[in-house]
Design a protein around this ligand. Structure first.
Ligand code: FES
Length: 158
């Protein structure tokens, strides 16, 4: 049932955009928007519709950071791994977030709620170390404050 809904969304994106010049990107954007990811099992449909190889489509999906092949959780936590944050204890923050969530980068918690991603500068270097939770940036973090943030994010869900 879920697979057929996904398949339908992929076919709709193909039909809506296939006549455009450079149709691949608009198709991928529409699928990413509608499903929250590009289902790997349907890459073949996209490739076939555009007369491309699967490898070409996979290449584009993996090149652009906006496209993901796994569904995102309801929330996304981005941990800054760039220089300023790393110099101000970013590695400890990173370890604390991974520990609290029980996942590594590019993974989603078992309950499907929170996806963890690395990011390279949030433009908040003056307040390093920084993370972003959904659209909100947090700075001057300690391992304790980051654990508290995750705790409150989790309690919002219940
Ligand atoms: S280096 Fe982390 S916000 Fe700029």
């Amino acid at each position: 049932m879920i697979a057929s809904t996904k398949h339908q969304a992929v076919l709709t994106a193909i039909n809506d955009n296939k006549e455009l010049e450079g149709a691949l990107l608009p198709i991928l954007h529409q699928i990413q928007h509608d499903l929250g990811h590009i289902p790997s099992e349907h890459v073949a449909d996209i490739a076939e519709a555009l007369n491309l190889s699967r490898a070409e489509v996979h290449g584009v999906v993996s090149f652009y950071h906006t496209f993901t092949t796994k569904p995102h959780g309801q929330h996304v936590i981005e941990v800054c791994r760039a220089e300023s944050c790393q110099a101000k204890g970013g590695r400890e923050i990173e370890a604390a977030v991974k520990e609290a969530l029980g996942v590594d980068y590019e993974q989603t918690t078992d309950d499907g709620q929170i996806t963890l991603e690395p990011v390279y500068c949030l433009g908040n270097c003056a307040c390093s170390p920084s993370i972003k939770i959904d659209s909100q940036i947090y700075g001057r973090l300690t391992t304790q404050s980051v654990e508290d943030l995750i705790q409150s994010l989790r309690s919002e869900q219940h």
